[in-house]
Write a protein that binds this ligand. Structure first.
Ligand SMILES: NC(=O)c1ccc[n+]([C@@H]2O[C@H](COP(=O)([O-])OP(=O)(O)OC[C@H]3O[C@@H](n4cnc5c(N)ncnc54)[C@H](O)[C@@H]3O)[C@@H](O)[C@H]2O)c1
Length: 439
């Protein structure tokens, strides 16, 4: 099958590589010519080494290529996946501009093309967008009728950045929403070699499944943060508390680690978008509002811990390790490093920051703070440090690096360091949800 993927971003390229690996011929169409060029050289526009290796192999073999010619790539394909971004507007509503523009381009290309094609919306869109916004655009510009002349499906993506290839090849489930059985069957047959439970449903349910999943994950993280914040005030270490709670199969251990809040391209935007969509129907979700409120104040927990140990932060050099929204990626969308550093600067601290991969992206957001070229350099002369992202290499920091600090106070903002190791290296360990009387 010839497959066209619109949008050579995280989801588009992971989808393209997955179908390329399954033996299909894939074209990724993007309006960003520089991105197209890089992909054709086998380079990803983001840090995801296993995916890049496979992309390079498929490009070399001629199984995959990128283009900025959306029209001809749609015309030459049997299935078209729309994978463009759906960012948040200031109001929290998703910006459907890019996905509408992609639908216009696909519709126009369908107009002149022959044969039955299936258009698949993979971008995350709030319930009713596919049938009430995108379908009319596709029909108007193609002058064809959905269900009769072309198929329309909604197929949400659940991959996590940092494990994009694995998550695409071994998904926990595949959800196919469709209006008509022919389109749904065709898409399900494409996924047949993938070993995962398949859920067939209608378009709106498929859209809602994505939000129901992400809102649960955001709720779970927020629960862990709230329990940890209380533990810390009660003088209890939250680690055994949450570990024991997570052993209950009804709760589960994953996503139960406290931290400075969730960021990234999906969770914050999806919670806001669902809150806005519910409000548009007259429903005010107290749960979703609370998740956002807790997440907003969570970076302050780290600053408060530092203040408790160091007093007034004015004029003090504070090292921030990790600027990506989590370790292992270079994505800085909605990273908690922004409110964290803004909070530190507001208290008069002198911030020095470092990230192994995300520095270039972060400098575009915060160009005026100081950056270090290594974790060791970042710590040099610092009176305190907050670890914001769980990069594995930060676990290796020890006496050699900590000894260069003016005051060895480490706030573990992701609860992933070994407290004993930090203490053995002569530093004071403080973690989110780590009580002062904790062992
Ligand atoms: N990143 C994730 O981890 C993830 C996971 C699951 C779902 N999603 C969802 O998938 C969607 C895509 O996310 P992403 O992170 O891959 O986005 P991205 O920003 O990484 O990539 C989007 C790409 O689409 C291109 N584009 C925009 N308009 C276009 C058009 N009209 N024609 C062709 N190309 C166009 C952009 O140039 C960009 O390369 C979003 O709705 C997101 O919420 C993302």
């Amino acid at each position: 099958m010839r497959i066209c993927v619109i949008g050579a971003g995280y989801v588009g390229l992971a989808t393209g590589v997955m179908f390329g690996k399954l033996g299909h011929k894939v074209v990724c169409a993007d309006i960003d010519a520089r991105r197209v060029n890089a992909v054709n050289w086998g380079e990803l526009p983001f840090y995801e080494p296993p995916l890049e290796k496979e992309l390079r192999r498929l490009i070399r073999n001629g199984a995959m290529r990128a283009t900025d010619d959306v029209a001809s790539s749609v015309r030459d394909s049997g299935v078209v996946f729309i994978c463009v971004q759906t960012p948040s507007l200031r109001s929290g509503r998703i910006d459907v501009g890019p996905v509408k523009a992609a639908a216009v381009a696909v519709g126009k290309a369908l107009r002149g093309s022959r044969g039955y094609k299936v258009v698949v919306v993979k971008s995350t869109v709030v319930p009713s967008t596919t049938d009430s916004v995108l379908k009319p655009i596709l029909e108007r510009h193609s002058q064809k009728k959905s269900s009769r002349d072309f198929g329309l499906c909604m197929n949400p993506e659940f991959l996590q950045e940092g494990s994009a290839l694995k998550d695409s090849m071994e998904p926990s489930r595949i959800v196919v929403g469709s209006e008509d059985r022919r389109a749904g069957r065709l898409l399900l047959s494409l996924y047949k070699p993938v070993n995962a439970p398949m859920i067939s449903t209608d378009l709106r349910s498929a859209e809602m499944i994505k939000y129901a999943s992400n809102v649960f994950l955001a709720t779970k993280i927020t629960y862990a943060n709230e329990i940890a914040n209380m533990c810390e005030r009660f003088g209890i270490d939250s680690e055994p508390v949450l570990r024991a709670a997570g052993l209950d199969p009804r709760i589960g251990a994953l996503f139960l680690r406290p931290g400075l809040g969730f960021g990234g391209s999906c969770l914050p935007k999806d919670v806001k978008a669902l809150l806005d969509r519910a409000r548009s129907e007259g429903y005010r979700s107290k749960l979703l509002s609370s998740i956002l409120a807790v997440n907003e104040s969570q970076p302050d927990e780290g600053i408060r811990m530092l203040e408790k140990e160091l007093g007034d932060l004015r004029g003090k050099r504070i090292a921030v390790l990790g600027l990506a929204f989590k370790g292992g990626v270079d994505d800085v969308r909605e990273t908690r490093a922004v409110p964290l550093i803004t909070g530190l600067l507001a208290r008069g601290a002198r911030v020095v920051a470092f990230d192994p991969m995300a520095m270039e992206n972060f400098i575009r957001i915060m160009p005026t703070i100081r950056y270090a070229s290594s974790a060791g350099e970042c710590l040099k002369g610092a009176e305190g440090c907050i670890v914001q992202a769980d990069w594995p290499e930060f676990k290796k920091l020890g006496r050699k690096e900590f000894s260069k600090m003016k005051n060895r106070v480490i706030v573990d903002g992701r609860r992933f360091l070994d407290p004993e190791k930090v203490r053995r290296a002569g530093a004071t360990y403080l973690g989110i949800g780590y009580g002062s009387r904790a062992p």
